[in-house]
Design a protein around this ligand. Structure first.
Ligand code: SF4
Ligand SMILES: [Zn+2]
Length: 273
């Protein structure tokens, strides 16, 4: 077994991310991270199905969808596709622009809006499909990046639920999210998916325009993998302490009924007000 595969296997087993009786829905974007997640979970014998959100971001989304379809065919796994235009009445670009055009939301970044909508869709659909876990392709660089951004903005508590498995949220309507690539550096994933010749779209999403995130990524790219690992390890130690003190009362959104920390969930706050 390759070094990277062993690392992922250890992450899954040590952190008890999932077991072989559970149904794991892999959130497939068409990119290298989620593609490798599905490939390895399948190789290791887990019970997986694919889930793809067609964001309707022009030809980019079309190519991503084709690559996900190819992967699921190659891996012989079932694929569920959520078409944003059909389900929500518009693609991500239109929804995001209309949310940003509201005065109070003008400063919200594309990825922040997209992230909230995608999490809402994942949870609701995974529950409807009776999945036990949702697997995403978040890697070491993503985690270090998000943690540093929250830290630099003076709000490290926003990372309190970070980890290889969603911490601290226990509710029957909430499907836990797992990140098998949590300790794997982005460069290693790119090299490995190329070596395996997996069907991957390597282009960046055309909507990823958050300049602050880009700056933090540039800074992280100057660090070694060891240093990135140290950031994430320290994050885990700090977050364990924060989790103990954090209130975790889950309510159901008064508009959509989805689990939320407030009486209106983040998605409904974005879409309705
Ligand atoms: S890069 Fe940002 S906008 Fe593009 S799919 Fe990811 S979260 Fe959405
Ligand atoms: Zn809601």
């Amino acid at each position: 077994m390759d070094k990277i595969e062993l690392k992922i296997k250890n992450t899954i087993e040590k952190n008890k991310l999932c077991n072989k009786k559970e149904k794991v829905l892999v959130a497939l974007s068409g990119g290298k991270d989620s593609t490798l997640t599905a490939y390895l979970l399948k190789k290791l014998g887990y019970n997986i199905e694919g889930f793809h959100i067609d964001l309707e971001i022009g030809t980019y989304s079309k190519r991503c969808r084709e690559s996900v379809e190819q992967l699921c065919k190659d891996l012989d796994i079932k694929l569920h596709v959520y078409d944003m235009k059909k389900e929500m009445g518009a693609g991500m670009c239109y929804l995001r622009t209309s949310i940003q055009s509201k005065q109070a939301k003008g400063n919200l970044k594309n990825c922040a809006i997209c992230g909230v909508l995608k999490k809402w869709i994942f949870n609701k659909c995974a529950r409807n499909l009776k999945a036990d876990k949702i697997a995403t392709g978040h890697n070491l660089d993503d985690e270090a990046q998000t943690f540093l951004m929250n830290f630099f903005k003076g709000n490290p508590k926003l990372s309190a639920n970070s980890g290889a498995i969603t911490q601290n949220i226990q509710d029957e309507k909430f499907i836990p999210r797992i990140k098998p690539l949590f300790y794997v550096a982005e460069n290693d994933i790119r090299a490995y998916t190329k070596k395996l010749n997996l069907p991957v779209i390597y282009d960046k999403c055309p909507c990823a325009l958050d300049s602050y995130r880009i700056e933090v990524r540039k800074f992280l790219n100057t660090l070694s993998t060891k240093e990135k690992e140290n950031i994430v390890k320290n994050m885990e130690i700090t977050m364990k302490k924060l989790q103990k003190s954090k209130e975790n009362i889950i309510q159901y959104c008064q508009y959509c009924g989805e689990p939320s920390r407030n009486n209106i969930c983040k998605k409904c706050k974005l879409m309705k007000f």
